[in-house]
Every structure is written in structure tokens, then in C-alpha cells.
Design a protein around this ligand. Structure first.
Ligand code: BGC
Length: 635
């Protein structure tokens, strides 16, 4: 650290004001338009480039990276500036190999496997020249209408903190100078998941109590895991936009939590301060953000005004030095001064597919099973529904570099895992009866498109579509057992269709290996172990519905009501499936529960004193399986 500081101070001492301000800006780079990027470097306008074609990277086609072209631009930067560029890209839940959406990963409760997945993701992305990614997304999310819930670890701060640690350690490793490691970015700081009504980009109302008990924890964990960058969010909290809040960025994140990397704005979050009504123009927006501790401007083009603001005495040169220092420190720590270029290596994509498949099967949640699953491998199956041969949706939103060819559909997965099964399928739903009559069991492959999830893709209703409800009801008419394989990005409201199913396997958008992973569970090669990391409401109107809410004085337990003690006249109080819910093929016996200390003072907890809880868990069923043991604390 001492050496890094010394090195950074030496570099800083040789930089002109223009050099310094350049480091505080990120612009776009498209590999088809390298000259634009080189021009920005020559004019000392950038310290980072984002490999992106538009502001909606999760929803639209984005040109990819190429190691040789990135090397060419990096060489240009080293020659012109003597300072390497950070090449950023949204590598959210996979690069070429796509892993489950983060909301699904969280259901695996398997930090080691998540970490391993992000090691592989970092290897694939770094091999093409990406050295910085905008992951992990740590927004506590309680509203499945919000399209971005798919990127989040769900509603629980503890699960969020565990995800933060696993993802940061997977991406950055213990030695960030290694080529296969990339700089992580914890986002969106902070409270963006609370967007009112699940409408994207909306305002939030968060008290300090809620901020500290629910929203900050995952960011604190990311900081403790050594995350090098944090992204400021678009939203305002109680009238104060985060991207101009000194309290949140400087006082809480940097000074109180001790985050020592740099903060980058979300795309356009600085210029949006004008729309949010706190800045009159771009210059004032820059003035507010830099003085609030926001170090790098992501494609806002506002920090170009910093020179004028310094001349006018509105920004202190020490403020600029501090931000540049933080950015240079990350570049030194990432080894970019010593080894700015990429030497592509051969990647074992088969191995990555195996990890993705394992994580996908651990992320799936068995919601219902009336003794029908697992199926025998020589079953006669009618496989019906829009997700039967669908590929793109299974990859989910926020995947930019996928290989569609290598994506395994539900149909292919069943063929791969149970080659002796007979599959009857119909793409024309009017003919589904014919397929069902010939079969012993019906599998309905249902779901939603990736295009109704992700950024700026919220839904007012989380009911499944009328067309799919119709398929479910018709499938039930033939007297055969009906299994639902549900491929959605969010939790959906299942109350109206649940009685029609004999089994429900919630398969989310699980990435490249969705089909194989689902088939392994359907035929019992893997035993389901996933538990929901988000509450499933019965109907849309129950939102917000999350488990960790303080108890109400009237014994209806706040939002998470008891079955017959509802806050509503027209729906039960309980959720359809609570947080932490998930069935197995086996059974477990819990015994010998022990708590070593039943009374503990708050001040002792603050000093690090712990309560140890232990329990014996015995598998009493017929399958080898794993169980996620859950322990809840109540105040
Ligand atoms: C999103 C971020 C993303 C950034 C860069 C923004 O619109 O909110 O999550 O990292 O774009 O693509």
C-alpha cells in the first residue's frame, strides 16, 4: 500500500490540471469506431472507456470487445498519456457463458459456487480486454414489478452481503494484478431498488433507519471484501438525489464505511441532476457531484466544466487531486501500469458450462410437488408452452456477449438427460390436446421474455399472461399430471394457476445451461435445494411483501400477514411462497437445537460477541441431497 501511494503521488505530481480532469471522465468506445476513442485520449478527455453502444446495455445489442483492438487503444493511451485506460463493460451474470440471473443465483445460497462462477466470468471477460465491470448489483429489491429485480440478490440484506462478498472476491481475487482478474463495481449506491411503485428511475423515500438496517449492509460487505469501485444511483432519497449527496457518498460511504476506491456515476446520473431539480445546468451538476465525492463521470460530459469551476474557486484543487488519486490507485492496484495489455489465453468453455449448469440447478426452486417429480427417464411426455424451444429469454436481461448456439433449451435438455423419453410437442396450441392424449405426463414450459425484465422494463402486473393461463387450464382437462417449468426473470403471482399444477419447478432465467439443469432436476439426477431469495406474492396487489418487516401492534405482522389475519378483505395475508421457501425430493429431520447464549446485550454485539446456534440435520429420505439451513433473528 505504501508503495502504491508513493507511486500514485509521483504520477499525480507530474500531471497538469487538464491531465487530471481527463482521468475523471468516462466516454464510450465502440470497437468499430476506435478513432473516436483515440481522439478522446489525445485530447485528454478520458481516464476510462465503456464498451457500450447505448445507455440501455441490458436491453439492446452491444458491440463486443476484442483483445487486439483494446490493446491497440491501450498502447495509444500509454504513448499519449503514460496512464492506462480502464475498459468497462456490463458483465453482469456471464460473458460468453451465461450463468443464472443474480436473483436466481441468490436462491442457491451457495457463496462458493457463486464466487467460482464469477472467477470464470472474469476470465472470459478479461480475455477480450475488459478490465472493469459494473457488478455486483446490490439493490435490496422488494418489488417484483421493477424490471431490475432480476439483477439483484433479492429482499434480504444478509443474502445481499453474502452475494457482495462472493462476487467481489470472484471477480477481483486476492491479486488483482493477474490478467484474469477484473475490477468490480458495487452498484447502485443507494436505495435504487426502492423506486416507488416499481417504476424504474423513480424517487425513493428512505429513512436513515431503513437505509442503515436494509440498504447499506451489502455495500459495507462489498467494501470489506475490497471492492475497488462503487456506482452512484439515479434515484433521489427523500428529496436529495444520491449523485449530489455529500452525506451519502462522502460522509457515509467513504468516511464512515471506509470505502477507499472510487465512485463512478451511473450513466448520465450527473446530468440528470438538472431534471431532478437541484442543478440549473451541466456546470452546476458537475459542481454538486464533485463536491459530494463523486469521482468519475460516466458519459455525462459534465466534468468538462471542472477547469472553469476551479478558476471560479467553486471547486478546490485538492478535491480534484483526491478523486484522481483514488482512480490512479485502482489502476496501479489492477496492475495496469505494469502490464496494460492482454495476452489471450485458451479457455475451457466446457468447464464453465459445467459450473453454469451446477449453479442453475442449485438456483431452481421446487415450489410444489404432489409426488410426481422426479419423473422416470422413459416417460411419455407432452412438452408444451412458449419456453419449449426458446433460447434468448432463458439467458435473461443484462447479458451482452452470449452464444445463442450453445444455449440449451428445455426441449434439448430433456433429450440430453433422458434420451429414452418420448416427447410429444406442438407449436400450435390448438393441437396440444393431441400431444397430451398420447402422453403420460404434461410438462408446461412457461415464462416471460427477457425484454420485459431489466432496466426500464417494469410491469404493472406480475400475473402470468392470459395466453399462458389458458394453456395451463386446458392442459389440466385431460386428466394427466401437469408439471410447470416456470422460466421468469422475477417472482410472479401464481395464486390463480397454482391449483392446476401437480408440480411447479421455478426455473427463472438460468443462462446457457437452463435446459440441462431443469432436466437434471425433472429426472432426479439433481435434487432441488434452492430456496426463494424473494417473497412470492399471491397477487400483484400485495406488493410490497417481504419477510423482514417489523411486527405490527395489531398482530397482523405488518405486510407479511398470517393466513386468516389479512390486511386485505379480498386476499389472504400470507404470501404464496415465503422468503426461504423451497422443497426437496428428500426429507430432513432437525433435532438438538442449541443456542449457547440466550441473553446478549447490544453493546456486546457491537463489540463482536456472538451467539452460536447449532442443530443436527439428518437426511431421512431416499435421495442424497443438500439442505440450506436457515436461521432468522427477530427484534
Ligand atoms: C445502468 C447501470 C449500467 C450502466 C452502464 C446504466 O443505465 O443503470 O447499471 O452499469 O448503465 O451500462
Amino acid at each position: 500500500m505504501k508503495n502504491t501511494n508513493k507511486r500514485v503521488e509521483e504520477i499525480l505530481s507530474k500531471m497538469s490540471l487538464k491531465d487530471k480532469i481527463g482521468q475523471l471522465n468516462q466516454d464510450i468506445i465502440k470497437v468499430s469506431e476506435l478513432d473516436k476513442a483515440k481522439k478522446a485520449i489525445k485530447e485528454k478527455r478520458v481516464g476510462s472507456l465503456i464498451l457500450s453502444s447505448s445507455a440501455f446495455a441490458g436491453n439492446e445489442f452491444q458491440e463486443g470487445a476484442k483483445a487486439d483492438l483494446i490493446n491497440e487503444v491501450q498502447k495509444y493511451a500509454m504513448d499519449e498519456l503514460g496512464i492506462p485506460i480502464l475498459f468497462g463493460r456490463d458483465v453482469i451474470h456471464g460473458h460468453k457463458t451465461v450463468y443464472p440471473i443474480p436473483l436466481a443465483m441468490a436462491a442457491s445460497f451457495n457463496s462458493d459456487l457463486i464466487k467460482k462462477s464469477y472467477e470464470e466470468i472474469a476470465l472470459e471477460a478479461s480475455n477480450e480486454g475488459v478490465n472493469w465491470t459494473f457488478t455486483p448489483m446490490l439493490d435490496v429489491s422488494r418489488d417484483p414489478r421493477w424490471g431490475r429485480i432480476i439483477e439483484s440478490p433479492g429482499e434480504d440484506p444478509y443474502v445481499g452481503a453474502k452475494m457482495a462478498e462472493a462476487v467481489v472476491k470472484g471477480l477481483q481475487g486476492d491479486d488483482l494484478t493477474k490478467q484474469e482478474k477484473i475490477v468490480a463495481c458495487a452498484k447502485h449506491f443507494i436505495g435504487y431498488g426502492q423506486s416507488e411503485g416499481g417504476r424504474d428511475y423513480h424517487r425513493t423515500e428512505i429513512s436513515d433507519y431503513t437505509l442503515r438496517n436494509y440498504y447499506l449492509k451489502a455495500f459495507k460487505a462489498a467494501s470489506e471484501a475490497g471492492v475497488k469501485t462503487v456506482m452512484s444511483s439515479f434515484n433521489e432519497i427523500s428529496g436529495q438525489p444520491v449523485s449530489s449527496s455529500k452525506y451519502l457518498m462522502q460522509d457515509v460511504l467513504k468516511d464512515e464505511i471506509g470505502f477507499d476506491g472510487f465512485i463512478v456515476s451511473d450513466w448520465g446520473a450527473i446530468v440528470q441532476l438538472i431534471n431532478q431539480g437541484v442543478a440549473e445546468d451541466e456546470k452546476e451538476a458537475a459542481y454538486l457531484s464533485i463536491n459530494a465525492g463523486l469521482d468519475m463521470d460516466m458519459v455525462d460530459y459534465c466534468y468538462g466544466y471542472l477547469e472553469e469551476l476551479i478558476e471560479e474557486g467553486k471547486v478546490d484543487i485538492e478535491t480534484i487531486n483526491e478523486s484522481v488519486r483514488r482512480i490512479l490507485t485502482v489502476k496501479v492496484e489492477a496492475g495496469l501500469f505494469d502490464n496494460p495489455y492482454i495476452t489471450p489465453v485458451k479457455i475451457d468453455y466446457e468447464k464453465h458450462a459445467e459450473t453454469s449448469c451446477k449453479l442453475a440447478s442449485e438456483s431452481m426452486v421446487l415450489l410444489k410437488n404432489e409426488g410426481i417429480l422426479p419423473l422416470s427417464k422413459d416417460s411419455k411426455i407432452a412438452l408444451i408452452g412458449p419456453m419449449t424451444t426458446e433460447k434468448r429469454a432463458l439467458l435473461g436481461s443484462w447479458t451482452l456477449d452470449f452464444d445463442l448456439e450453445k444455449t440449451v433449451t428445455i426441449f434439448d435438455g430433456i433429450k440430453n438427460i433422458a434420451p429414452n423419453a418420448t416427447i410429444e410437442t406442438r407449436s400450435n396450441y390448438d393441437e396440444m390436446g393431441a400431444a397430451i392424449r398420447k402422453s403420460d405426463v404434461v410438462i408446461l414450459a412457461l415464462g416471460e421474455s427477457d425484454q420485459v425484465t431489466g432496466e426500464a422494463r417494469s410491469l404493472a402486473s406480475i400475473e402470468i399472461s392470459d395466453m399462458q393461463k389458458d394453456i395451463i387450464k386446458r392442459a389440466k382437462l385431460y386428466g394427466k399430471k401437469v408439471i410447470g417449468v416456470m422460466c421468469f426473470g422475477r417472482c410472479v403471482a401464481l395464486e390463480s394457476v397454482e391449483p392446476y399444477f401437480d408440480a411447479i419447478l421455478y426455473a427463472w432465467h438460468l443462462g446457457s445451461q437452463t435446459g440441462n439443469a431443469a432436466a437434471k432436476i425433472i429426472f432426479g439426477d439433481e435434487v432441488p435445494s434452492g430456496k426463494t431469495a424473494v417473497t412470492f406474492p399471491r397477487v400483484t396487489g400485495q406488493i410490497p411483501l417481504y419477510y423482514n418487516v417489523s411486527s405490527s401492534g395489531r398482530n397482523v405482522n405488518g405486510y407479511y400477514g398470517i393466513e386468516n389475519l389479512s390486511n386485505y378483505e379480498d386476499v389472504k395475508g400470507s404470501p404464496m411462497y415465503p422468503f426461504g421457501y423451497g422443497l426437496s425430493y428428500t426429507t430432513y429431520n432437525y433435532s438438538n437445537l442449541k443456542v449457547d447464549n440466550t441473553k446478549i446485550n447490544l453493546c456486546d454485539i457491537e463489540k463482536g460477541k456472538c451467539v452460536k446456534v447449532s442443530v443436527d440435520v439428518k437426511n431421512t429420505g431416499n435421495y442424497d441431497a443438500k439442505e440450506i439451513v436457515q436461521c432468522y433473528v427477530m427484534m
